[in-house]
Design a protein around this ligand. Structure first.
Ligand code: F6R
Ligand code: MG
Ligand code: MG
Length: 364
């Protein structure tokens, strides 16, 4: 029986402002998952936070897009929202865009990444949690993990990886997808994934075995809601070792603090800082954007872990780099390229301001 790993996440209220999660909200998440294990719905579950987002990491045998699993996540977010409302947390229920659950979490606000696997004798996985950034931010790190031999030595010297990987890319605006194979179609792939606001890597498959190596959430809140409702802080799941890159190869892309969309008001470029879970509390200018890596060994679906993978001095330089880049970009204030380009601002708070001044413009 194949197992499924589902990561479903939502911002149901921040503490303080949008900076972190109140322990009681995280507690609601963890308790709900424990009950779901007791009832037999889940094999195992772990609730985690990154900034103001609640991530439910769930292991089960029900496949992707399973209604009871999605309902469990939805009900848990609703229960977290109730706590957030009682504590007057900020933006309670922010990501729950519909009044009632109707079978699937997709299109309802929360983000999801789900991966089916036949568990190997030893199955290391890394779950990435992002905050103050956007769907598509994993494009660059996923490319480096699975297609860049300067990052992943195994692509060159390990027979199992030599066949390369297939990338499923989603066009989040036109709702279409394409699969491109690396290494031979790497240049074609980069044409698209180099624009992460429009094209996001949904899935990576090992060509040697056809197994899914990685998935990421590609849900775009603003495109669902038709207006700015906060950023779609993304999640990703990556399998490691054997036909997949080693754990160290999967973490290596985050030794650089890549520039991503998000930061203050979801309207700025900023450096993506890899941190331990305890430091995933974006405060300065509501940032810099954060990424946490939780490592697990699966044992018949049990989540042995997590290990807090960025809680390591090996990432100190990336954190220092992120602070330097943030200092530099912040000096630009309201100017590009710190502020997002105009077409991206369409999905932020700007249209309302522009509309107000609409009839003040005169022909030149
Ligand atoms: C970014 C984010 C924050 C808020 C900002 C304003 O993803 O969540 O930067 O956009 O704090 O928040 P509101 O509009 O809720 O006052
Ligand atoms: Mg928030
Ligand atoms: Mg958030």
């Amino acid at each position: 029986m194949p197992q499924t790993l589902s990561v479903i996440k939502a911002d149901v209220g921040g503490y303080v402002g949008h900076s972190a999660m109140h322990p009681e909200v995280l507690g609601v998440g963890q308790e709900a998952l424990v009950r779901a294990v007791q009832s037999g719905l889940l094999i195992d579950g772990h609730a985690a936070s990154c900034g103001d987002d609640l991530f439910l990491i769930m292991s089960h045998e029900r496949g992707e897009n399973d209604e009871p699993i999605h309902k469990l996540a939805w009900d848990t977010f609703v229960a977290g929202t109730d706590v957030a409302k009682r504590l007057r947390l900020y933006g309670a229920g922010q990501d729950l865009l519909v009044d009632a659950f109707s079978g699937n979490i997709r299109g309802a606000g929360p983000g999801s990444a789900e991966l089916e696997l036949e568990e190997r004798p030893s199955e290391p996985v890394v779950v990435y949690l992002g905050d103050k950034t956007s769907a598509g931010s994993f494009n660059l790190p996923l490319y480096k993990m699975f297609a860049d031999p300067f990052n992943t030595a195994g692509l060159v010297i390990a027979e199992a990886l030599h066949a390369g990987f297939a990338f499923e890319v989603h066009d989040v605006k036109e709702h279409r997808k394409i699969v491109l194979n690396t290494p031979e179609e790497a240049y074609d792939l980069l044409v698209f994934i180099g624009s992460p606001a429009r094209y996001a890597i949904k899935r990576v498959v090992a060509r040697a075995t056809g197994e899914v190596a990685a998935v990421s959430s590609t849900d775009k809140l603003s495109l669902i809601a038709g207006r700015y409702v906060g950023k779609d802080d993304p999640a990703a799941i990556v399998r490691c070792q054997g036909v997949f890159p080693a754990v160290g190869e999967v973490l290596e892309p985050f030794t650089t603090a890549w520039t991503v969309e998000g930061f203050m008001r979801g309207s700025h470029y900023g450096p993506w800082m890899p941190t331990a879970q305890a430091q995933a509390t974006p405060s300065r200018f509501d940032g810099p954007p954060r990424v946490v890596a939780l490592g697990f060994q699966l044992a018949e679906g049990k989540l042995v872990g997590p290990r807090d993978m960025f809680d390591d001095p090996g990432f100190d330089n990336a954190r220092a780099e992120a602070n330097r880049v943030a200092d530099y970009l912040r000096k630009h204030g309201p100017f590009e390229p710190h502020r997002l380009p105009l077409d991206e601002m369409e999905y932020t708070t700007m249209p309302a301001v522009a509309a107000k001044l609409g009839d003040r413009w005169a022909e030149i």
